[in-house]
Design a protein around this ligand. Structure first.
Ligand SMILES: *Cc1c(COP(=O)(O)O)cnc(C)c1O
Length: 385
């Protein structure tokens, strides 16, 4: 039996080990410490974000973004529907009301035309949301400029969920740096990882300061323990920040590796009938780059001869982990009854889509195994037809 091929496993090097050892040797095992400060600084340099706050997860970053922008009970927040649930869960932590917005077919991200029209309409009805959570899915930027412009015109906060999109650019600028707050995730499956971690970025000094304060149990800057707000214990540990610094040094190489994985899948699969890989969008001006965090595709079962579930099970039988696309938030039982703007595009993508193993450490031989299994699903069917 072959060894198992995972969807997106962590990919670590010796530099991370060195930096973690350094934390041990200097006894900086506490949350906070020199690696945390350096990791924040280095991420600012990498993304061009003016301020960064290292946190224990991307989910915590979104929670603090909402708190720092004073979004609370009853406030409406619009969110991309085709995403992981952590793009929406924190809305419930603060009592905000999610409204889900559909994707478009050429980017799989929030449909900018649908969004802008709905926002103008909400303005006319005097029913604007307080904020928008715009997701950059699978390492590709949404068409952020028209969405950011519409938000600015109506005084709506823009929060970018760039959990999957560190390293992606739009107009040559980093995903996560267009809105009032952006955040990244360093969960074990993301393009770089600290095993678990996140980073909030913002152009607003007061937002960074408030997020930092709330993340450290809302301690007021006085010698004794003084609290004016309810706080959280959300900071990243100095040990994990050491891993993050080592990983960040490798980000460009990781992006190149994931894009190479995509290119090989494209060569092996894109000519098969009924298979379409996630398109690379070319909006904005120059400087659009998707990281291809995951290679994803849709399968038209009628043309291919097998549906995405059959292909996924065939891969699983060969010890290869593939996954359906994110199930849209408007289809999730936990969000039943929430309003949705559109929805049919996300529904169709979910019904036909598959994520293939895409790790930056995936070998060419492993990838050939994946391609062979997908191809064989088609051949079996056409042979029996
Ligand atoms: C991973 C992910 C998150 C959450 O990040 P964590 O660090 O795991 O909390 C949020 N949104 C999206 C789109 C993600 O993929």
């Amino acid at each position: 039996m072959h060894e198992r091929i995972y969807l997106s496993p962590p990919h670590l090097g010796q530099r991370e080990e060195q930096l973690v050892l350094e934390a041990f040797r200097t006894n900086w095992i506490a949350p906070l410490g020199p690696h945390v400060d350096a990791f924040e600084r280095e991420l600012c340099e990498h993304t061009g974000a003016p301020h960064a706050v290292a946190l224990c997860s991307g989910t915590a970053a979104l929670h603090l973004a909402l708190e720092a922008l004073d979004i609370g009970a009853g406030d409406e927040v619009w969110v991309s529907s085709l995403t992981f649930a952590a793009s929406a869960f924190p809305l419930r932590y603060v009592g905000a009301v999610p409204v889900f917005v559909d994707a478009d077919l050429h980017s799989w991200n929030m449909d900018p035309m649908l969004f802008v029209e709905a926002l103008h309409d909400a303005a006319r009805r005097n029913a604007l949301p307080r904020a928008v959570v715009l997701v950059h899915l699978y390492g590709q930027c949404a068409d952020v400029q028209p969405i950011a412009d519409a938000c600015a015109a109506h005084g709506v906060f823009l929060i970018e969920d760039a959990a999957e999109a560190l390293g992606a650019t739009y107009d040559g600028r980093a995903a996560g740096t267009f809105g009032d707050v952006g955040f990244y995730s360093f969960n074990g499956n993301k393009i770089i990882t600290t095993s678990g971690g996140g980073m909030l970025v913002t152009p607003h000094a007061h937002v960074a300061q408030r997020a930092r304060m709330l993340a450290t149990q809302a301690r007021e800057p006085v010698p004794h323990y003084e609290h004016r707000h309810v706080g959280y214990n959300y900071r990243l540990s100095n040990v994990l920040a050491g891993i993050g610094r080592g990983q960040l040094e490798q980000l460009e190489a990781r992006v190149a590796a994931r894009r190479a994985v995509f290119t090989r899948y494209h060569a092996g699969l894109s000519t098969l009938p009924g298979i379409a890989l996630m398109p690379e969008a070319h909006y904005g001006r120059d400087g659009m780059r998707a990281t291809r965090w995951l290679t994803t595709l849709t399968i038209d079962a009628a043309r291919f001869g097998a549906d995405c579930n059959t292909v996924r099970l065939a891969l699983e039988a060969q010890q290869i982990e593939a996954r359906p696309l994110w199930k849209p938030m408007h289809q999730q039982p936990v969000f039943a009854g929430c309003r949705t703007i559109g929805g049919s595009v996300s529904d169709a993508l979910f019904a036909t889509g598959l994520c293939l193993p895409s790790g930056s450490s995936l070998t060419v031989a492993q990838q050939e195994r994946v391609i062979d299994v997908v191809q064989s699903c088609m051949e079996t069917n056409s042979a029996s037809a």
